[in-house]
Design a protein around this ligand. Structure first.
Ligand SMILES: [Zn+2]
Ligand SMILES: [Zn+2]
Length: 346
């Protein structure tokens, strides 16, 4: 019996690395040797016990890259040695959204690492259909960041008039910064990214924001006027997700324009719906991604239109999984993407 390591968060703030049997891939599955796991804000919520939809114990890991090492009997799409990433959505396939191609909105959606076993182990058996191939020249670090990039590709797609648009982004965490790059790649005329952290703003500027501004030092409405003129933004993305940012968007948006909520609100919102209505704003939302978003995300990186590496803050090996969370807590302001090297060899 061959054994492997598997991460388990047994309770908020507690992680054990246990030994379990290496799984055998089912007939339609492949076995992936996991190389990298990215940690994101949702994982940090699980660590703090503030994720509303996760029970313990849970094995984490939904931002992932690896290499196929074994194929099931009917899994013939990829060869052994293929670099891959994994789509972490587990969906029913028969509800209304699933039957209409919107499996990201499955009525019974589960996500690996939250409601079902995540990929934080040496090996992971997964349906071949959930695997997306990575180009040979991709690093495993980049591969593990396709998931958050796909979130932003999907979010950009929620505003079909992106070509030539003036775009304002509230919040320069990893998602805000990736979205900044994706909007530019999708033909936006000008992208202005805002935050309250100079560090995050500088990074947004470094990877492609046309302008950045600090909403703590300057009124958001003044920023819009200065950067875009009297017509302000065509679309405002909220990648921070709190009453302050959403109200800033609603109160300063051009009448008849669009606001898209990307971030997850931690609590029930207290926002100005009267103003939203008075300005006839389109308040749009976005939820995860679908396969085509993964494919486009990979393409954007390959074409050099999106840079992922500047967002990587630090690496930890699997034995120091818990230290990664402590580091994030201690360095919140200056942390973008923290990566766990499951297999540090590659
Ligand atoms: Zn994530
Ligand atoms: Zn479904």
């Amino acid at each position: 019996m061959k054994m492997m390591r598997q991460e388990v968060m047994t309770a908020p703030g507690e992680i054990v690395i246990r030994q379990v049997e290496i799984p055998e891939p089912g007939p339609d599955q492949v076995l992936v040797r996991i190389k990298r796991i990215g940690i994101c804000g949702s994982d940090v919520h699980v660590y703090h016990g503030t994720h509303p939809y996760t029970k313990y114990p849970v094995t984490q890991g939904h931002e992932v890259s690896g290499e196929i090492v074994k194929c099931g009997q009917y899994a013939g799409k990829y060869k052994i040695g293929q670099k891959v990433t994994i789509e972490p959505q587990v969906f029913c396939g028969h509800c209304y959204p699933c039957l209409h191609g919107h499996y990201n909105l499955c009525e019974e959606l589960k996500v690996m690492g939250f409601q079902t076993v995540g990929t934080a182990s040496d090996y992971f058996a997964v349906d071949e259909s959930k695997v997306t191939p990575l180009p040979d020249d991709f690093s495993y670090d980049e591969g593990a960041m396709i998931e958050p990039l796909a979130v932003t590709v999907h979010a950009a797609g929620r505003f079909p008039e992106m070509k030539g648009a003036n775009v304002a982004i509230l919040g320069c965490g990893p998602i805000g910064i990736l979205l900044t790059q994706v909007c530019r790649a999708c033909g936006a005329k000008k992208v202005v990214s805002t935050d309250i952290s100079e560090f995050r703003m500088a990074l947004a500027k470094q990877v492609g924001a046309d302008a950045v501004a600090n909403t703590q030092k300057e009124d958001f409405g003044d920023i819009l006027l200065r950067e875009f003129g009297p017509d302000k933004a065509d679309v405002i993305y909220d990648c921070a997700g709190n009453d302050v940012t959403m109200n800033a968007a609603i109160q300063n948006a051009r009448k008849g324009s669009t606001i898209i909520l990307v971030a997850v609100f931690a609590k029930m919102a207290n926002v100005d719906l009267a103003k939203l209505n008075d300005s006839e704003l389109d308040l749009n939302t976005t939820m995860m991604y679908r396969h085509e978003d993964y494919v486009k995300a990979i393409q954007l990186v390959q074409e050099g239109k999106v840079q992922l590496k500047p967002l990587i803050t630090k690496h930890f090996d699997m034995e120091h999984y818990l230290d990664a969370y402590k580091y994030i807590d201690d360095n919140r302001e200056k942390t973008m993407k923290v990566i766990i090297d499951i297999d540090p060899e590659d």
